[in-house]
Design a protein around this ligand. Structure first.
Ligand SMILES: Cc1ncc(COP(=O)(O)O)c(C=O)c1O
Length: 489
């Protein structure tokens, strides 16, 4: 007689009280960690022994238990993140998150709903969050949208919608081979997602006609109009203009009214990449209003909540003016996804008809709870404060003879460098690279790098609700100190 196999140990805790104690410890220690963030270095390099402890560990066939796994996290992972929750992190464009939205992520994982669609409250939460943001972005009441992982993916979906709506043939059925070569137009300052998206969507990077920007880093609308006309003459098929609110390099915003006029004249789709900049819609200050002027005329807009919405990764949104813009681009119902006359699948809201993903996380909860608990005006006040902080930093730089501002500061980005007499431009580029690395490695602050018209720039992107004026004072002081040290040492 064969023995009855033993059931495996449960994946849920075997002793709930014991697990509850551990979970409470995790929560308490996490809150302390967040409360004390300012006392730690902005970034701490991961030591070699920690890296090897992580990547040399053989596949654990048998687990060591929840407490041991948590201790490993405390020892190997938590001390060495990239640091974006710190008040002096201003690299690339990242958000800080809040303890409240981290808790919302936890609550979302606890109920763990499937957000492809179906009939359950979480779907109505996402729908409501989309409605609120459509109102904030001054989109019409008919607007629709979807939450997705990030600005890149929201923009990729937006470009796919534009192509479906404006290619002039059935791209979904025939693909790009169904007509002449497709072309999308944007300023050279557009983020690198666009070239990647053209490649990914089968149009090739040549599908993106890059228009050299104007001196203020905004789109040159006349040059774009000429390029569209020339491409039409050459037998190409223009279908979309991509405008940016808040460019990744300098925070410049394109003239949306002029681009909307051009798109309307040419029968093109106007998609706006507002990854961080569209969030300026929440702020009641002149610079913010100027950045988003004309946004209400866009056909679609993509933006992140995990950047200037201060929510934890990852969450972004794509809005279109009508639901059919999304469903005509993405819906594809298989029999196993059919709507039924009632029950859990009545077919009311199906997010998987509005995008590519079928299984989706409940990202909407942190957005919904943040808005309900704190309100969009408070987020807007922090966005306005970040804009003032960028102006404050620019004023410190302008007052400091050894520092040079490298671009105008229309929004929340500041580009600058240290200058020392007698050094040519190559030497200055090399020196500023070393200054930046030193600022990061010493845990002082984390700006990142870019190149502004051939000049290496220390770039400060302020989407951080924890930064204070004194943090920018310190950055300027330390840049000058390190700059002097490295240029004389
Ligand atoms: C203007 C702009 N567009 C798109 C993106 C990409 O967004 P994500 O990093 O969320 O994919 C960024 C990222 O910084 C950005 O600044």
């Amino acid at each position: 007689m064969t023995a009855t196999p033993q059931p495996p140990a449960p994946l849920d805790p075997t002793d709930w009280d014991e697990y509850r104690a551990l979970a409470h410890r995790m929560l308490d220690e996490s809150l302390d960690y967040l409360r004390d963030v300012r006392t730690r270095p902005t970034w701490t390099p991961t030591p070699a022994d920690v890296k090897s402890a992580i990547h040399d560990e053989p596949l654990p066939r048998s687990g060591r238990g929840d407490a041991a796994a948590y201790d490993d996290f405390l020892r190997l992972v938590r001390p060495y993140p990239n640091g974006n929750i710190h008040p002096r992190f201003w690299g690339w464009v990242m958000g800080t998150g809040t303890p409240q939205s981290a808790m919302a992520d936890f609550l979302s994982s606890v109920i763990n709903p499937q957000m492809g669609g179906l009939e359950h409250a979480p779907v109505y939460v996402e729908q409501q969050v989309i409605k609120w943001f459509a109102e904030l972005m001054r989109f019409p009441a008919t607007a629709s949208g979807i939450l997705i992982s990030g600005g890149t993916m929201a923009n990729v979906l937006g470009l796919a919608v534009a192509r479906r709506q404006r290619a002039g043939w059935d791209v979904r059925k025939l693909g790009v081979a169904g007509g002449p070569p497709l072309r999308v137009y944007a300023s050279g300052e557009v983020h690198s997602w666009l070239a990647k998206a053209c490649d990914f969507l089968g149009m090739g990077t040549d599908g993106f006609h890059r228009i050299p920007p104007r001196a203020d880093f905004t789109a040159d609308v006349d040059a774009m109009a000429a390029a569209i006309a020339a491409d039409r003459d050459a037998g190409m098929q223009p279908f979309c203009i991509v405008a940016t609110v808040g460019t990744v390099q300098t925070g410049a915003s394109d003239d949306l009214h002029a681009l909307a006029d051009l798109a309307a004249r040419e029968g093109l789709w106007l998609h706006v990449d507002g990854a961080f900049g569209a969030m300026a819609s929440l702020a009641d200050v002149a610079e913010a209003k100027a950045a988003v002027r004309g946004l209400e005329r866009a056909d679609s807009v993509a933006f992140d909540l995990h950047k200037w919405g201060y929510m934890p990764f990852d969450v972004a949104m794509l809005l279109t003016r009508e639901d059919r813009h999304l469903t005509e681009t993405f819906a594809n119902r298989a029999p196993y996804l059919m709507a039924l006359p009632g029950g859990l699948a009545p077919g009311s809201i199906y997010f998987n008809d509005r995008g590519i993903e079928l299984t989706r996380a409940f990202r909407a909860l942190k957005v919904w709870m943040t808005l309900r608990a704190q309100g969009s005006d408070l987020l807007g006040a922090h966005i306005a404060r970040n804009i003032r902080q960028a102006q404050y930093l620019a004023s410190l730089i302008e007052r400091e003879p050894e520092l040079e501002l490298l671009a105008p500061v229309p929004l929340n980005l500041v580009n600058y460098r240290f200058v020392a007499p007698g050094l040519d431009s190559d030497a200055l580029n090399a020196l500023n690279k070393r200054i930046l690395v030193r600022l990061q490695e010493d845990g002082i602050a984390v700006p990142s790098a870019t190149v502004i018209r051939g000049t290496f720039s220390i770039r400060v992107a302020i989407t951080n609700h924890r930064s204070l004026a004194e943090d920018f004072d310190l950055l300027v002081r330390e840049t000058v100190r390190i700059g002097r040290l490295l240029s004389t040492g």
